[in-house]
Design a protein around this ligand. Structure first.
Ligand code: FAD
Length: 323
């Protein structure tokens, strides 16, 4: 019984977090002595689909259907569940991304499976058990859950597992599913992009500002640095409460949890409620004029200095590097 991994794409391309999830699913398949089938939904080129083989997929099911052009939780969950049934897969793995968080419980219901969302480790298989460490309480704690059902759904937190390039290849097959009208109770009629900025929940680089930036008029340098790095902008809660930035950028316990490769915190103290939303970041850079700021305790790199001097220099350095 193969393991099935759902590989979401962004504009026809797979992000690094998807290669992590395929590598993770491969490790589970190896532990179960079985093969790994990937499923992709949407317009993805044959070359792009074939890259999944490098990270351990033996086979890739390609679902290309005009009705599934836009992401619809219910319909995508049905397709993945149908693929799991057709492949006889007991374990479905996906990313705990924004859409993955919507899909995992729906796939779980369709397969009558136990769900471990926010997984951060490979399953522990001792004594016939299947236990997984996962984040709890918005990343402030970890829990170990035991999946006792025959079928299992695991949503992996981005940046929790390394990408392993196995140099292998996969065969790509078309997979057709009869999508039911009942799966389209909510239809996406139009997508209006409110901004051309990178989406925060899935961003690989986040540049975030706090109250230390004094006011909304000083956000130009945060945006410039984020644009130069191809990242998203974020902020602390008091900043969005004050209306300096939109609430959609508020990161933390009561906001969005992010897990980028790089989180740059500028003028943010590092309160526990803020750290709850960023603890899965791979590399944390803190810029703060107070050497005693709590954020430095969790920083990989810390710059003690005035943001209004440090950030412009950083911008110049990135520009010089890119030139
Ligand atoms: P401050 O605490 O005011 O810190 C500003 C920092 O900027 C200081 O460290 C200062 O040294 C530095 N600074 C000042 N000037 C400069 C300069 N020129 N250059 C460089 N550094 C400078 N907060 C969140 O962010 N997210 C949440 O989800 C969240 N949820 C909460 C839930 C609850 C129930 C509660 C009670 C609080 C919550 N908070 C949350 C608020 C949290 O406790 C902190 O108050 C908040 O994170 C502080 O924001 P800040 O670091 O931007 O501001």
């Amino acid at each position: 019984m193969p393991v099935l991994v759902y590989t979401e794409n962004a504009g026809g391309k797979f992000k690094k977090s998807i290669f992590e999830v395929v590598s993770y699913a491969r490790a589970i398949a190896d532990a179960q002595n079985t093969s790994l089938t990937a499923i992709s939904i949407g317009d993805v080129s044959a070359d792009e689909l074939a890259t999944l083989g490098k990270y351990g997929a033996d086979k890739v099911l390609n679902v290309s259907n005009a009705k599934l052009k836009s992401f619809i939780n219910q319909a995508y969950a049905s397709v993945v569940a149908e693929a799991a049934k057709s492949e006889d897969a007991d374990i479905v793995v996906l990313s705990n991304s924004f859409s993955g968080r919507g899909l995992a419980p729906r796939i779980g219901v369709k397969l009558d499976a136990g769900v471990a969302d926010g997984a951060v480790s490979l399953p522990e298989l001792s004594g016939g058990k299947f236990s997984i460490k996962k984040t709890a309480f918005s990343g402030k704690a970890f829990a170990t859950v035991e999946l006792t059902s025959a079928k299992k759904v695991i949503a992996l937190t981005p940046n929790s597992y390394k990408v392993v390039d196995k140099g292998t290849s996969a065969k790509v097959e078309d997979f057709t599913v009869d999508v039911k009208e009942s799966d389209f109770k909510a239809m996406v009629k139009e997508i209006v992009q409110s901004t051309d900025k990178v989406s925060l929940p899935d961003a690989e680089i986040v540049v975030s500002g706090g109250r230390g930036l004094k006011g909304p008029e000083n956000w130009g340098m945060v945006e410039e640095l984020a644009n130069l790095l191809g990242g998203a902008t974020a902020c602390s809660k008091p900043v969005s409460d004050a209306g300096w930035r939109p609430h959609s950028e508020h990161v933390g316990q009561t906001g969005i949890a992010v897990s980028p490769n790089l989180y740059i915190a500028i003028g943010i103290s590092g309160a526990i409620q803020h750290l709850a939303g960023i603890s899965r970041s791979k590399v944390i850079v803190v810029i703060n004029k107070d050497p005693e700021a709590p954020f430095f305790k969790v920083a990989d790199y810390g710059i003690v200095g005035d943001a209004f001097e440090v950030v412009p220099k950083l911008i110049e350095a990135v520009k010089a590097y890119k030139a």
